[in-house]
Design a binder for this molecule. Sequence first.
Ligand code: SF4
Ligand code: SF4
Ligand code: FES
Length: 908
Amino acid sequence: MAKIVIDGKTYEVNPANNLLQECLSQGLDLPYFCWHPCMGSVGACRQCAVKQYRNAEDTKGTLVMACMTPANAGSIISINDPQAQKFRERVIESLMISHPHDCPVCEEGGECHLQDMTLMSGHNYRRYDKKKVTHNNQYLGPFINHEMNRCITCYRCVRYYDDYAGGTDLSAQANHHHVYFGRHEEGVLESEFSGNLVEVCPTGVFTDKVFSEHYSRKWDLQTAPSVCVGCAVGCNTTPGERYGSLRRIVNRYSSEVNGYFLCDRGRFGFEYVNSDERLREAQRVSGGKTTPLESGQITEVMASLKKSKAIGIGSPRAGNEANYALRSFVGEANFYAGMSDAEYDTVQLHIQLMQDPALHIPSIREIEQADAILILGEDVTNVAPRIALALRQSVRNKAKDLAKGCNIPAWQDAAVRELAQRDLSPLSILTPYATRLDDIASDVFIDSHPELLKFAYAIASAVGTSAPKASALQAGSDVARRIAEQLAAAKRPLVIAGSSGGAAMLRAAANVARALHSAGKGIVDLCVLAPEVNSVGLGMLTAAGQNLTSALQRINSGASLHAIVLENDLFRRAGHGQVAAALDRLETLLVIDQLPTKTTAKADYVLPSTAFSEHEATYVNYEGRAQISYQVHRCHSAAKPAWRWLHEKHDDHVADIVRRCSAEVAAFAELKSVLADARDFIAGMKIPRQSHRYSGRTAMKANLNVHEPKQPADSESPLAFSMEGIPLQKDSSLLGAAWAPQWNSNQSISKFQAEINGELTQGSTGTQLLHKKSVSAGYFPHDLLARPASNEGLQVAIALQIYGSDEMSARSPAIKERMTAPYISLSPVDAKTRGLSQGDEVVLGNTAFTAIVCIRSKMREGTAALYCGANDIDQFSLPPQLELKKSNSNGSRGIRGLIISDLYEEGY
Ligand code: SF4
Ligand code: SF4
Ligand code: FES
């Protein structure tokens, strides 16, 4: 630490940072635009000027940009110096010369960093009376609005989109007064992280298009701290509700999980909550007719299911409480994992690896510190998107090391990039098809799973002599050796695998990590990607062997003819025929869910459950981190949290369930620590979900009653459905929306961090549930799979898509606009030998399923990658090798909504 003086007061600061960052870390107010806590400094906007003095005798001082000046020990600066203040005021005036001053109609209004900084700088009168420069706006797809006239040319958008997120279709164009930030032509923004532009742009150029469909001011939204249910990363979010509908999702800072950014599935995939299709009342279904169920009838149905020893099938998209309540209702021996058998196997292995003392499942912050990475069989961008964004930062560690050697601080962003150019830390990808991270990879090896496995074992044995000997590779042994050397030479190597490559690939990844451990790399990072938000939690609640096939067999054998299915469409988990046959055999099928599915269509009873924003729940992410998500708004139907339908003690709250789960299930012993009720609240007061500026409460229900209704009580959580209470409690993890005096934008989060980019003031969120065992397991034996003969058809790998492969977000209108029809990617040679052209429709093997042909130059001959759409194709009924026949029905119909460069571009 170093001591510096700011406006006569001495502060202890980190000299590795710049003055702006340290001023903000100390809680001081200093305006800025182009600097971003994650993106460092470029000194473009000149807004952060301060006066710096050479020594205590220097009374004149020099204006410097705080973001470009290191916080060296002994620095003396002034934020309040009149010349510095005037400079900042004049800078903002010039930045705003062509700004339309349209705050009243701007969607950023009320949470705009430009508004905040304008007030903070004291600029309040527009002297420029000439014609403003104006621009045309572009259509940028279903997620983002464009209003270029509001631009202040801070360059944050392109620095984020291109430099940070690796996008290629947004750029700064033209020059002088005509600088334009947009695409080369109108069209959908291609990056999976485009939504972050809404928060990165300090003004209203890029705004949330989904939100604008049903817009509300920030202060009129009811909010609560929540967790994204889009994948197993568990990013922290703040959903906002108004008039009973969920309006938007924004990022909620978490130092260890998502930092400042979300992916577009997480940000825009929430609208299914507002769907007209939502299940709203308990129903009995008979002969295709539905009749409402009274509460007494529901009690009878539940009692009868209990008596008949029904089995329960849990869900990786339901929280721990719902799964635990189902397990308690049916008994542990009758509780089954509602995931595909392959996923079940990888999740069980994942849980085992989490407890291995030689291995560590890294958080996103830790992933960003990796300096050599190996991805085995996983398409990270489409499975755990936020981790892909983190990997784009990891590969820059080489640049940061180079900069360190030249005494350039890491926050000097432009200088570090200029120095390193394309010199990246090694990232190797072994994959069945090209992925969106290939542009930053040092090696990409594309082949079928059996070949990838051989390659992975070759890497493990090249890393350390202790690993099992691998059979010689026909090709690529030099590459395997090079990858092994890169991993062995790294300070923090990282191996990534998930369920896409199956348990065999995960075992191979574990062997590579274990070989690195044996070679003296200490505890090695092994990032295991789980498929869904609570796959790990469900896996931890399910006894060994209780997979879906065993549940279906039990039904087929007649041993159980009554079943409860929790928030799960089983037709996504096993072959359609197999599932239909088992469900048809049941005498009673009760399904609890939010939306109708193929499974609810088979049910005798359907109970409606609340969506993620309508109840409290805990989820366990891919790291084994349990996090709590709070209810944002009430559900105005008969839907209940799923656990409430299953739990017999009606007076219990969600905290009671969490405590019971902690007490009964050894793996969940620490779960209760995510509860906030034991924490210290000021005078026992609640935290309001509504801001102190929340408007219209007295008029909202005026069409029904002119008397303002009493605000509903919340007995479940420390939050209140009102504006009464104390918003700024000690625990910032309980903040729905961050706000601080003079800071209305999301950048106010700095007021709740121990230091910029550091933890929230109460520490990091979530609790690691699993502890390490005392002894590390050994290597796994090799699972070598024989490569099938090429004349038996194409060997198919299942491809996932960020838009479409997740069940619930795929039912949101904006996400639907980005979804494609099912497609099958194959090599040019395989297409030619089958007489197929790009865009042809083909029939898959002997099934009735069809897909569109997508020819990719990098596909390995003899292999194919199949995207099944939103479960349009029953992947479980397909043979491992497929032949394709051109469909008679079409001609060429193309792939709706496909981002061309995703799949067609030469090189993919
Ligand atoms: S569009 Fe926004 S982020 Fe980009 S330069 Fe303009 S003001 Fe800055
Ligand atoms: S990475 Fe996963 S958890 Fe994070 S925002 Fe995207 S879908 Fe949600
Ligand atoms: S924030 Fe310092 S110059 Fe832009």
